[in-house]
Design a binder for this molecule. Sequence first.
Ligand code: 0XW
Ligand code: MG
Length: 367
Amino acid sequence: MKISRIDVFQLDIPLEKPKRYPNRTYESLDDTIVRLETDAGIVGWGEVCPIASTYQPEHALGVRAAIEEMAPGLIGEDPTQTDRVNATMNRWLMGGEYAKSAIDIACWDITGKAYHRPLYHLIGGRMQERARAYPEIEMGPPEIVDRRISQYREEGFRHFQVKAGRGSNFDLDIARMRKAGECIRPGETLVVDANKAWKTHEALRILRMTEDIDFYIEQPCLTYAECLAIRRQVRQPMILDECMTDIKVLLQGLADNCFEGIGCKITRVGGITGMRLIRDVCTAAGKFMTVDDAWGADLSAAAQAHLAVSTPETTFAATYVSSYFSNMRYDEEAPMVVDGFLDTNDKSGLGVEPDMTILGEPLRTYG
Ligand code: 0XW
Ligand code: MG
């Protein structure tokens, strides 16, 4: 089987809550959907939606430029030989894992369809019946924390991530964390995610002042080295997210005992192929992970669902499903969070068939 055509589509995903960044506020995010066609008539789909252009070293125009760069090497490749496809992409482009992820996900979709199996069968099989999802609680006064935890608890969530740092201040972070600590109930999980915003002195002070609250601290500072320094001076269990860019950082983090768990985004680490490797090492090492992505719609949710249900319960923490917090569906039968849980269907591959009337004409076509 060979890739005979690559179509690249662009969509804007409207956000339920705008994302406020220093340079601008985003009401929607620029999404790229990839369609791989093969000479066997099987089609595969992938998706990558960076969170604007300043959250991580990723941006939507870069996705489409990277695919243009790699396309000549991909036409003619056998998509079911996924490691070979990744080696080919690396021969045509250094870096750009986020763009490569969309191609990788589409290749796994094709492979599942070729062997008439849901994608999760190909990456270990079903290890849990359904995957617990979680919401993020946006910036704002402490009252918003109380209101949102109550709202999301009503919707079935039991794992809550409260944002801190960006757009906040020292006293407000403390007040929000204290409010969250008051709201959380037995059996529920509280994560405070600074999204790499604190300086080490801020992280030290805030975490020492909140040692009496039961929560995980996620990515307090920008770099791995700063998080490691904080990890060695505070008592809160640590989750690494944005600095966890690949398997090498994961192995270093294990050697340094730098974390209890990781917040892992599929398209940051190279798609299904990269995420499966990280999942298996976390499982072997007794660490936990979330199965997240930057942003995305139905195809991203499906990729997360297949990875989440094939992750052992002892490794799996929760999954953040962007499509639950957006206003974009192009396959109403795609996996979606229900009562706080995400499951997948048992169709072959990803099990998502985008509505072409919503996708429209491709922006680019190769092959
Ligand atoms: C909560 N998330 C998974 C959603 C956004 O992509 C940010 C991310 C995080 O944990 O940083
Ligand atoms: Mg995070």
